[in-house]
Design a binder for this molecule. Sequence first.
Ligand code: HEM
Length: 348
Amino acid sequence: MAMASARSIVFSGALLCKSLPAVTARLSIAAAPHRRLSSSGLSLRAACSRRIRTFAMSGSGAAAVESSQRIASQLDQLVGAREAIKEVITKMHCNPILIRLGWHDAGTYDKNISEWPKCGGANGSLRFSIELEHGANAGLINALKLLNPVKEKFTAVSYADLFQLASATAIEMAGGPRIPMRYGRVDTVGPEQCPKEGNLPSAGPPNPSEHLRKVFHRMGLDDKDIVALSGAHTLGRSRPERSGWGKKETKYTKDGPGAPGGQSWTVEWLKFDNSYFKDIKEKRDEDLLVLPTDAVLFEDPGFKEHAELYAKDQDAFFKDYAQAHAKLSELGAKFDPPQGIRIDESTS
Ligand code: HEM
């Protein structure tokens, strides 16, 4: 997360768009949240230029002003992109595939490789065909197609940010927790920078708990993160024609919403809650999916303590999920500015 910094520059203001609700956006390129200034009611640009002037007058120079303006414009684009993503999600009910896209971009990370972008992670490399064609990514081309028009409109938002923004927005729109996200991720530039195939987990390995630990510990994530993040399967479906897992259709998926078919983990597979943990524990409904890597969460003692807690306490799940998701979204990410950019929102 953001590092403590001696200097704090803060912009905040309201961005008003004709077709959108008034959005109060706050940009912080500093680490100390308690030092943020609030000026809701001012336009974003007015608030920004006032702060920029203040900063310039303090003698910090033209370069700092230019950089502040660039960041303010990036924030503007991020807020616009988020609204455009919300429209796509509302129309297409595509929350699950957007979450899977963000996860598969980030989840290639290897903490043992220090060089960027060789280490993999949330760097937008999943936009290249060579990586989209990895077996684990079957079907994710459809998620990219949904986001490409947003990217064309908001060109300053990197693919890496776009994928993570779409994923966090999809969680929140499905009723999930607010995730403490940072933006400003730098993109890889060519397919030669894509990670090798095989870094993402398999659903049916010979020893599921050993496999999950090997893959997620390589990313720098722990047992609690594994269980919390698996809870994202409360949303979405598995399709045999993509991953090879799940039924062609069930009574819960045959009519959509969105493209019909597949097998979901939960009955209400567009609602983010803790039903995944209840359902995979009970295994009572043949129309609901339990992968070997889901089942092991209630079998392995190190995973079970968290899974049991989440099955009975949704608040605990939401709290741990939000933290684990934020961590996942930053794996292998290079930020510009280095502290990242935060967006806070309150509709008025
Ligand atoms: C723990 C290891 C994991 C395994 C083995 C696994 C495996 C799978 C498989 C086989 C599918 C079905 C894909 C398809 O047929 O289209 C799937 C879907 C999905 N996964 Fe995972 N996954 C894992 C972890 C995660 C994590 C960490 C997240 C997010 C934080 C996640 C989010 C999703 C979502 C939202 C879907 C539904 C996609 C859709 O409906 O299009 N998964 N996963």
